[in-house]
Design a protein around this ligand. Structure first.
Ligand code: DAH
Length: 341
């Protein structure tokens, strides 16, 4: 390439150079073009090789390359200083509020579960988990619900197979059986987890939901211990002034059994739509573990006694956050989930 073409080429490169407003690129431009070993110096050094009659013409051309490079460098520097790297492409309004960083959030079921777990952990309960696919023994028979027992109809169960009977667990009470079979008293566990029931899906019911089961087995555990434990739990979760009310009930695995209501934390007991104007809201089922269940699990009912309770996590979450449709919990609509960030 002759020297004139080389000079033209340099001129073009200089004009088209784009640093992307990057400080390193600007510095590289300086070194490559106007530095002491840069292209402009090299070009000027060639002057001695140009035939005399063209020296003047070449000198002018080389000089304009030099000026172009210097002017370009000054312009590159100015842009860099005006908008430092990184924010090069932003409009220069630095007072603009920062862009929100959208972090994920825990699902309201997980948040509620964790809150319930923490309360019981502070009372010395430990978390125990069990499988979601269960055999007949752990879901029913050991829990004092033999095959022909009418209380099996209390829960519409999903059967995975009939022989041997395998089900999607319909309650987390299964875990109390598993733990009692494995451990010796004293036992103090809570078992959160997913359960399944063949229910028509509606605003109030779903075919999948979560429960937390509690179990305390030791010597001389009484119904008074159960009441105190539940009262403390209710006051921790719903506030210091919360009262509890126990209504006699029936569960095959507890005797006596009770359902627990809490005084309505919305209206304080005066009556509102959440408590259906009764002043009370149902929150869990509980009772003293039936001696037949203890025996089924190899624990001596003469020596040990205990209580158990079970509650629906969605139900607690719906009360706490005033959610009126359980289906929202499983649809993963971000407009719903974002409200729990
Ligand atoms: N398993 C019961 C249910 O799903 C809830 C329950 C009630 C659990 C009383 C218990 C209990 O441990 O003592 O409806």
């Amino acid at each position: 390439m002759d020297l004139f073409s080389r000079a033209q080429e340099l001129l073009q490169q200089i004009e088209q150079f784009d640093s992307q407003n990057n400080a390193q690129a600007v510095e590289k431009f300086r070194i490559d073009y106007i530095g002491s070993k840069g292209a402009v110096k090299e070009l000027l050094a060639e002057l001695k090789n140009v035939p005399n009659e063209r020296k003047r013409e070449f000198g002018q051309l080389a000089n304009s390359v030099k000026q172009a490079a210097e002017a370009k460098y000054i312009a590159l520097k100015e842009t860099l200083d005006a908008a430092p790297e990184g924010i090069a492409n932003l409009p220069n309004d630095l007072t603009r509020p920062a862009k929100l960083h959208l972090a994920g959030a825990r699902h309201p079921i997980a948040q509620t579960q964790r809150e319930i777990e923490r309360i019981f952990e502070r009372m010395g309960f430990v978390i125990a988990e069990g499988p979601e696919i269960e055999d007949d023994w752990h879901n029913f028979t050991a829990l004092n619900t033999p095959e022909d027992h009418p209380s099996r109809d209390m829960q519409d169960t999903f059967y995975v197979s009939m022989n041997p009977v395998t089900v999607l667990r319909s309650q987390t009470s299964t875990v109390q059986v598993r733990i009692m079979e494995q451990q010796k008293p004293p036992i103090r566990i809570i078992s959160p987890g997913r359960v399944y029931r063949n229910e028509t899906i509606s605003a109030r019911a779903h075919c999948q939901f979560h429960q937390i089961e509690g179990l305390y087995i030791a010597e001389n555990v009484s119904f008074a211990d159960l009441k105190q434990c539940i009262l403390h739990f209710a006051q921790e979760l719903f506030g210091r002034n919360t009262q509890i009310r126990l209504r006699p009930s029936y569960f095959p695995f507890t005797e006596p059994s009770a359902e627990v209501d809490i005084s309505c934390f919305i209206c304080g007991g005066k009556g509102c739509s959440v408590c259906k104007h009764s002043g009370w809201v149902e929150i869990l089922g509980c009772g003293m573990v039936d001696s037949a269940v203890l025996e089924n699990c190899g624990i001596d009912p003469e020596k040990y006694s205990g209580f158990a309770f079970g509650m629906g996590i969605e139900r607690v979450a719906m009360l706490k956050y005033r959610i009126n449709d359980i289906r929202l919990m499983f649809e993963n609509d971000v407009r719903f989930l974002r409200q729990f960030g």
